[in-house]
Design a protein. Structure first.
Ligand SMILES: N[C@@H](CCC[C@H](N)C(=O)O)C(=O)O
Length: 287
C-alpha cells in the first residue's frame, strides 16, 4: 500500500507520524522496522499512530512503535508532535486534547508561544510496577529515593552502577554522572537496556546535575539506541533528582537535540513536560 506520513521531531527525537483514522493500518513488526530504517525506509526513532479513541472522554488514541518494531507504552516528545499533527491536519480544533495511550491518559496542550506542555501523569516508583526485579537486592536510600545496584558485565570485567528505577508509563533507569559528554552511553546503554532485572527492558538515562534547576541528559532508548532527546527520560531523570534531594522543580533539561522543561510538585502529582515540536516534511511511501 501507499502510506501517507508526516516526518516530525521534538528536540531532535524524530518521528514518522501517521493518520490511522483515514488510512487502514495493520503492519507487521518488519514493516514498522522498514519505516524506521534510516537507509531502507523513512528513518525515525519512533513511529506514532493517530487513531480514534476507544475510551469515553478521550479525543484520540496514540500508539507508539520503536524503530526496532516493538510497540511501547509511552513517548513524551512524541505526544507534543501528536497534538501539533492533529491541529495541522484539522483533526481537532482544540488547543488542549486528551489522548489515550497504553500507559493511561495524557493531556498535551498547545501554548501561545508555540511550545507544547503535556500532563504526563504521575510517575510510578514501586519497583514491581516499573517493572524492576529488586526482590533480592539491598537498596541504598538517598533522600526519598532508593538507589539500586546494577551489575554490568563488561567483557570479562564487572562494573556496578547505581540507578533509580522510575516508570513514566514506560521504564527508565536513571544514573547520575559527573560529565554527560564523557559518560559511556554507547558502551553501557545496551547492557542496561537488556539487564535481566528489567523484564520489559529499559531506557537508560545518564544525568549530569548542573545546578538545582538545570541538568544535562543523554538517554540510550529501549528499541531505538541513543536519541537526541527523550521526553519520558527527562521526566524520569527530574523525578529521580528531586526525590534524591538534588533538584527543585522546575528543571531545564539540556539534551543533545534541544531543551525541555520539566515541572513536578512531588508524590502523586503529574509531571509536566514542555518543549517544541516541529514538522519537517510530508511524504508517501510504498510499504
Ligand atoms: N522518545 C521517547 C520514548 C520512546 C519510547 C521508549 N524508547 C521506550 O521504549 O519506552 C520519549 O520522548 O519519551
Amino acid at each position: 500500500m501507499k502510506l501517507k506520513f508526516t516526518k516530525m521531531h521534538g528536540a531532535g527525537n524524530d518521528f514518522v507520524v501517521i493518520d490511522a483514522i483515514h488510512q487502514q493500518i495493520d503492519f507487521t513488526p518488519e514493516q514498522w522496522r522498514k519505516l524506521g530504517d534510516r537507509r531502507f525506509g523513512v528513518g525515525a526513532d519512533q513511529i506514532l499512530l493517530v487513531e480514534r479513541p476507544t475510551q469515553p472522554g478521550c479525543d484520540f488514541r496514540y500508539r507508539i512503535f520503536n524503530a526496532d518494531g516493538g510497540e511501547v507504552e509511552q513517548c513524551g516528545n512524541g505526544s507534543r508532535a501528536f497534538v501539533k499533527f492533529v491541529a495541522e491536519k484539522g483533526l481537532s480544533q482544540a488547543r488542549s486534547i486528551t489522548v489515550e495511550t497504553k500507559a493511561g491518559v495524557i493531556a498535551p496542550r498547545l501554548e501561545d508561544d508555540g511550545s507544547i506542555t503535556v500532563d504526563m501523569g504521575a510517575p510510578v516508583l514501586e519497583p514491581a510496577r516499573v517493572p524492576f526485579d529488586a526482590d533480592d537486592l539491598q537498596g541504598q536510600p538517598e533522600g526519598r529515593d532508593t538507589l539500586w545496584p546494577l551489575v554490568l558485565e563488561l567483557g570479562g570485567a564487572r562494573e556496578q552502577v547505581l540507578v533509580s528505577a522510575v516508570s513514566m508509563g514506560n521504564p527508565h533507569a536513571v544514573q547520575v554522572v559527573d560529565d554527560v559528554d564523557q559518560a559511556p552511553v554507547e558502551l553501557t546503554g545496551p547492557l542496561i537496556e537488556h539487564h535481566t532485572r528489567f523484564p520489559n527492558r529499559v531506557n537508560a538515562g545518564f544525568m549530569q546535575i548542573v545546578n538545582r534547576h538545570h541538568i544535562k541528559l543523554r538517554v540510550y532508548e529501549r528499541g531505538a539506541g541513543e536519541t537526541l532527546a527523550c521526553g519520558t527520560g527527562s521526566c524520569a531523570a527530574v523525578v529521580a533528582g528531586i526525590r534524591r534531594g538534588l533538584l527543585d522543580s522546575p528543571v531545564r533539561v539540556d539534551a543533545r537535540g534541544g531543551q525541555l522543561s520539566i515541572a513536578w510538585e512531588g508524590e502523586g502529582q503529574s509531571v509536566y513536560l514542555t518543549g517544541p515540536a516541529v514538522t519537517v516534511f510530508e511524504g508517501e511511501i510504498e510499504i
